[in-house]
Design a protein around this ligand. Structure first.
Ligand SMILES: *Cc1c(COP(=O)(O)O)cnc(C)c1O
Length: 464
């Protein structure tokens, strides 16, 4: 019999795990065959949820069954093969294995002293990714909860390098208002990161695009010069590799040259597009990324790790200690200044990097390259199908994102998208590309097939 429901004996744990595994497998089959959009009774769910007052314990198997059933019906199913949505992956199996291992050992990655094997595995994967990006053999970095934490860390490094007095005095240490540059099509989480950094939302300068969804280098140089004349203190240029709207890539090498000329930090926000470094066929799209001071890549996007799993890669990782270094009496540390808790935002730290270690280990660079290239090929296939129906493709589909415009005389894009979602047959979204409302579709699932694409194409055509 059971010792306690929180800490069951091995046989009972095993039996429950087996039942949960069977439940999840059955639900996954039904999800793939069912609607992409939620199909549950929201008011019945709300009532049922309110009934959990935690006054009496409930049989765990019942709770697990209830939860799986709610998620089976109460989610946009991002693991569905016709979810052509935002940058959310159908997670790779080895990454899911990693979550299971991490949950079982629950290693604390704050220090290498307490978790030497886990910290070393993460550092090894980070060095491999950084080298692949072209940052060199001295490069480093760490895993983050996602792209937002990685970008926040890059901003903190840039501010500290631009004005060492920022560390103790904050933004008052700057002679003028610190500012940084992102394109207007960048991920606008940068605005809240500016708020969080204490430099104010206005510090995020939105640079116009060039008519094709990429940062205009001329406008960037002009904005920088105008800010300098006004007494502001430029600290960083951020180029996006894979915009959220359209998967566009800012001109990385030109942005790097402007940053070098201005003596400011150059960051590449490649949360989505950074995955192209795994593919020899696609790597050329990111030429110039190797000149970055720092790079954000989300393993939980195009690299299909479970959420959230970001990475910050730095050419000179020693800079992290200047931002995150603190001294405590209670943390075990053999190598002062090197542990994750003094080189990153997090303190208690989950073993996120194992997901990429196992997935990359199992697939190899070539297997991962094939995963990314396959998505791009399917996106091109969908574009060709829609063009065959008279639709236009406005963007460059090189990173598996499409900005589609229906032919003259069709319903407005938001109505088309609403009809698609109401059908449950696929998930696509509305986006704005260079001022026009477009239908956005993105391949994020390694199991989407050409037959799925044909089905989506027919559905889009029917809904217009
Ligand atoms: C997703 C994304 C972010 C935010 O990352 P999270 O992992 O969601 O925190 C930032 N920038 C870009 C370009 C992104 O695609």
């Amino acid at each position: 019999m059971s010792r306690s429901v929180l800490f069951p004996l091995p046989e009972e744990r095993r039996a429950r795990e087996d039942r949960l595994g069977a439940l999840l497998d059955a639900a996954a089959l039904r999800v793939a065959a069912g609607p992409v959009t939620p199909d549950f009774d929201a008011s019945a769910f709300t009532t049922a949820l309110a009934g959990f007052d935690f006054a009496q314990p409930i049989e765990l198997d019942d709770l697990l069954g209830w939860t799986v059933e709610q998620l089976e019906h109460g989610l946009v199913q991002i693991t569905h093969p016709r979810y052509l949505g935002l940058f959310n992956p159908a997670p790779a199996f080895p990454a899911q294995c990693a979550d299971r291992i991490a949950a079982r050992f629950n290693p604390q990655l704050a220090t290498a002293t307490t978790s030497p094997a886990a910290v070393a595995i993460e550092a090894h994967v980070i060095r491999a990714m950084a080298a692949r990006a072209g940052l060199g053999t001295q490069a480093g970095g760490h895993f983050t909860t996602g792209g937002s934490e990685a970008n926040q860390t890059a901003l903190a490094c840039a501010l500290t390098r631009a004005e060492p007095g920022f560390a103790t005095g904050g933004s008052r240490a700057f002679a003028g208002q610190p500012v940084f540059y992102i394109s207007k099509d960048s991920h606008l989480a940068w605005i809240k990161l500016a708020h969080l950094a204490g430099i104010g939302r206005a510090a995020a300068r939105l640079v116009p695009t060039d008519g094709q969804g990429r940062m205009s280098v001329a406008a960037l140089a002009a904005a920088l010069a105008a800010d300098r004349r006004a007494g502001c203190a430029p600290v960083m240029i951020v180029a996006t590799a894979g915009t959220t709207n359209a998967g566009m890539i800012d001109p990385l090498a030109s942005c790097a040259a402007v940053a070098r000329g201005a003596g400011v930090w150059f960051h590449v926000d490649a949360a989505w597009g950074g995955a192209a470094i795994v593919s020899p066929a696609l790597r050329g799209l990111l030429d110039g990324i190797e000149q970055a001071d720092s790079i954000t890549i989300d393993a939980h996007k195009f690299l299909a790790a479970t959420m959230g799993c970001g990475m910050l890669l730095l050419a000179r990782p020693a800079q992290l200690a200047g931002v995150f270094g603190v001294e405590t009496s209670y943390m075990p540390s053999h190598e002062p200044g090197a542990d994750p808790y003094v080189t990153s935002v997090q303190w208690s730290r989950r073993f996120l990097g194992l997901r990429l270690f196992l997935a990359l280990g199992a697939a190899g660079w070539a297997g991962y390259g094939a995963h990314v290239e396959r998505a791009v090929a399917l996106a091109r296939l969908l574009a060709a199908r829609m063009q065959g129906h008279g639709w236009s493709l406005l963007n460059d589909p090189s990173l598996a994102v499409l900005s589609l415009l229906p032919p003259e005389g069709s319903a407005p894009v938001r109505d088309i998208v609403a009809r698609v979602l109401a059908s449950g047959g696929a998930w696509v979204s509305v986006a704005t590309f260079e001022g026009r409302a477009v239908l956005r579709a993105c391949i994020t699932n390694g199991e989407t097939t050409a037959a799925d694409i044909a089905e989506v194409a027919e559905l889009l055509e029917r809904c217009r």
